[in-house]
Design a protein around this ligand. Structure first.
Ligand code: IPE
Ligand code: IPE
Ligand code: MG
Length: 247
């Protein structure tokens, strides 16, 4: 494992990896367990991965899709369980985040969240604000279309009040009005569980991301699997619309 880590590091790490953590429900079902048990196991996989990304790999940015704007349509008991799990997860991890230099930020609209979770999240964001070893972004009540709409509204309001010239609205202005304003675009987006879609995740930011899909269900996703994904990424040619360089 140590050799593999070193090799992957030398091959050039992506700056920013974003993860669509999918398949908790199917993982549980395959074991005859309730879906909530899958989410519990998924939280452990997330914990393992965050620790690995920060400590062993020295990754700069890690983004985790934890709850989408569409996930509110799930049964209330499942939504309540997820809110509670997120609350406990962040509260329990906070000390480690502080000690290990993890800076937590949240992508998404916190206002509809249970007040307790909201406070836990806000406190953790504040407590880790000076850290800079690993930037950990949790997409929580996140939806990319809503994010883009919100950015459009911000810009439209500025334009309507005369503070902004509509002709001056470029990619930077829009990108700067997204939740990810201070975060570089993801280089690599990984989705587990075999689904091959983005499910309203980072649509703007993913314009030139490399996509990696694995059939492994999220609770089974290990640091080795992450390294495998990075190795695949390293073999890809990112052209950004240009022709491949000679030589
Ligand atoms: C991902 O696992 C976790 C969340 C969306 C919160 P799922 O709960 O979507 O698991 P499957 O897709 O039903 O297996
Ligand atoms: C995407 O997974 C959202 C998260 C991982 C939080 P879903 O399970 O909600 O996506 P769909 O419904 O299969 O597209
Ligand atoms: Mg799913």
């Amino acid at each position: 494992m140590h050799e593999l880590i070193e090799r992957v590091k030398q091959g050039g790490l992506p700056r920013h990896i974003a993860l669509i953590m999918d398949g908790n429900g199917r993982w549980a079902k395959a074991r005859g367990l309730p879906r909530t048990a899958g989410h519990q196991a998924g939280a452990q996989a997330a914990e393992r991965l965050i620790r690995f990304a920060g400590r062993e790999l020295g990754l700069e940015y890690l983004t985790l899709y934890a709850f989408s704007t569409e996930n509110w349509s799930r049964p209330k008991e499942e939504v309540d369980f997820l809110m509670d799990l997120l609350d406990r997860f962040i509260a329990e991890k906070l000390r480690e985040f502080v000690e290990e230099g993890v800076r937590l930020t949240v992508l998404g609209d916190l206002s509809p969240l249970p007040p307790r979770l909201r406070k836990t999240v806000e406190d953790a964001v504040t407590a880790t604000a000076d850290n800079s070893k690993l930037y950990l972004n949790v997409a929580l009540n996140y939806g990319s279309r809503q994010e883009i709409l919100r950015a459009c509204r911000t810009l439209a309001a500025a334009a309507a009040s005369g503070r902004l010239d509509p002709d001056a609205i470029g990619e930077e202005a829009l990108a700067g009005s997204l939740y990810t304003a201070d975060i570089p675009d993801p280089d690599l987006i990984i989705r587990t569980s075999g689904e091959k879609r983005l499910s309203n995740f980072l649509l703007w930011q993913a314009a030139y991301a490399e996509l990696y899909f694995t059939p492994i269900l999220w609770p089974d996703f290990t640091p080795e699997e992450l390294l495998r994904a990075i190795e695949t990424y390293q073999r890809r040619k990112r052209r950004f619309g240009r022709v491949e360089e000679e030589g």
